[in-house]
Design a protein around this ligand. Structure first.
Ligand code: HEC
Ligand code: HEC
Length: 378
């Protein structure tokens, strides 16, 4: 009986692992593997995934799309796929090979891409508005739920068997004749060990050239820990995977990022720092220009010269601009930097300071210096 129960437990555990893997749906796989580069119905780094499968199918390349996902470069280089050839130059970036996904998993992703469930979107919306408390999606009866319930039922059956076994053991308790004498001193109940002088009671009757075996039971502390891990499995599985009551690590991370972004936004709003390249205006008041001048001479003059006439960097006082001479362009040049040697300054100065510097640059009178670079702008 005991042995049967252990076997059943092992099988239940295996089943739960198997089904957890199975129950992973397209949405999750998409999120984990593709979402970094693909949106469902918008162009991102890669093309939208919606309709991609049908497109390849219509071109008679239903099978090859799976080869593509497993290894885009290999399929393209083999030259046998028209679709791979057509999409190859979509981006200078090459798609990461996804050979670790099975064909079924990739098919599930395409299925999800073609019919993204509405629930998924709602969840996101709620998450952005409530932000901290995670939206609990209504469970419904998805495959995940059904599998989870089957798992619970299986677990209950096993628990019942264990209980019945326990009751039987209790019934036999008074009856000590021919029974094992467990050491009951102190923590003996945790180990169920048998004292040396009583070992006869658990000696098995085989004798291999004088080597004998004791039939010790598994120590109760270990057994209960083992049961504990099984119970934990169901709590973990249900709360994280099936019902999504607790956020997965990636979701928790995204929520934290969103909260932090909100805080940053609130801080900027409160301090008049909601200035961007789109909304920035030219400041003309003395104090702002003086503040800009101070920074310009301390930070920018090394490359643009104190009078702005250019050194390593271009002349900022002429009417020629490489990246545009509007305050918005200059704001971007300063905050984000430019490729040929202009460093980004956004980590050094806040939006207001960058606005002051930009305004000061525009106030600089023409100074003879470096030859004009870029285009003439009015
Ligand atoms: C690192 C970025 C990246 C990841 C991750 C990625 N892709 Fe791509 N994918 C691309 C790019 C870029 C293209 C366009 C081809 C090119 O420019 O080389 C593409 C093209 C495709 C195409 C062809 C689309 C068409 O319209 O013909 C399919 C299908 C596709 N990807 C599926 C997937 C799937 C499924 C996953 C996740 C398992 C995935 N991709 C993950 C970057 C990525
Ligand atoms: C390390 C040298 C260096 C420093 C410091 C530097 N710049 Fe530049 N800057 C450059 C170079 C080089 C370019 C040209 C970049 C290019 O062509 O891609 C440039 C370009 C620019 C442009 C764009 C010019 C155009 O024609 O479109 C502006 C505006 C500018 N810098 C302003 C500033 C300001 C304001 C500061 C101080 C906060 C500053 N730069 C600090 C080297 C520097």
């Amino acid at each position: 009986m005991k042995k049967n129960i252990k076997n059943l437990l092992a099988i239940a555990l295996l089943f739960s692992v198997f089904f957890t893997v199975k129950a992973q749906d397209g949405a999750k796989l998409y999120k984990q593997n593709c979402a970094a580069c693909h949106k469902i119905d918008k162009v991102s780094i890669g093309p939208p995934l919606k309709g991609a499968f049908d497109k390849w199918k219509e071109a008679g390349e239903e099978e090859m799309i799976f080869e593509w996902v497993a290894n885009p470069t290999e399929l393209h280089e083999s030259g046998k796929s028209k679709m791979a050839k057509a999409i190859w130059d979509f981006s200078p970036m090459t798609m990461t090979p996804m050979a670790h996904l099975s064909k079924e998993e990739v098919a599930a992703i395409f299925k999800f891409a073609d019919t993204p469930p509405v629930v998924e979107k709602k969840k996101e919306e709620v998450a952005t508005t409530t932000n901290v408390t995670k939206a609990v999606p209504s469970p419904g009866f998805s495959t995940g739920t059904i599998v989870f319930l089957i798992g619970i039922i299986g677990f209950l059956i096993v628990a019942l068997l264990v209980l019945m076994n326990g009751v039987k053991a209790l019934k036999n308790k008074g009856n000590t004749e021919g029974k094992v004498k467990y050491d009951e001193e102190g923590f003996g109940f945790l180990t169920k060990s048998v004292a040396i002088e009583d070992e006869d009671s658990i000696l098995l009757d085989h004798n291999y050239d004088g080597i004998q075996e004791l039939d010790n039971v598994l120590p109760p502390w270990w057994v209960w820990m083992f049961y504990g891990t099984i119970i934990f499995t169901f709590i973990y599985w249900g709360m994280y995977q099936t019902f999504g009551v607790w956020p997965l690590q990636i979701e928790a991370y995204e929520m934290e990022v969103k909260t932090a972004e909100k805080e940053v936004y609130a801080y900027k709003e409160a301090n008049g720092l909601l200035i961007s390249a789109e909304t920035v205006t030219v400041l003309t008041d003395e104090s702002a220009l003086a503040a800009g001048k101070e920074i310009f001479e301390g930070t920018c003059a090394a490359c643009h010269k104190v009078d702005g006439s250019g050194l390593v960097g271009p002349n900022l006082t002429d009417k020629y601009w490489i990246y545009g001479g509007k305050i918005g362009n200059i704001f971007t040049s300063i905050s984000e930097g430019r490729p040929n040697g202009m460093p980004a300054h956004k980590s050094q100065f806040n939006e207001l300071k960058i606005q002051q510097i930009g305004s000061y640059v525009l106030s600089l009178p023409f100074a003879e210096g470096k030859e004009p670079e870029g285009d003439l702008m009015k």
